[in-house]
Design a protein around this ligand. Sequence first.
Ligand SMILES: [Zn+2]
Length: 86
Amino acid sequence: MSYHLAGQARRLRECYHRAEGLAGAYYQGEKFVAALHRLRGEAGLRMARKVQPFFWSDAPLLDVWLCAECAREAGLAARARELGAA
Ligand SMILES: [Zn+2]
């Protein structure tokens, strides 16, 4: 399996609930990483474990798919609603 470092290809990760057919959406990797930082220790680790592993240094190239529940747990869904309502 080749590994292209030079390309601008986005890297996709998703939470494990996608296999269950839940509804969800893609979020920018940097926002997801920022969300993990906002969560306190244990909660952040628990959240991180719900998504396929990735290097945090790849965050700028990353798109993370989260089901509605994971997005809410990460604080991303609430943020989107706030922005939408503003
Ligand atoms: Zn999920």
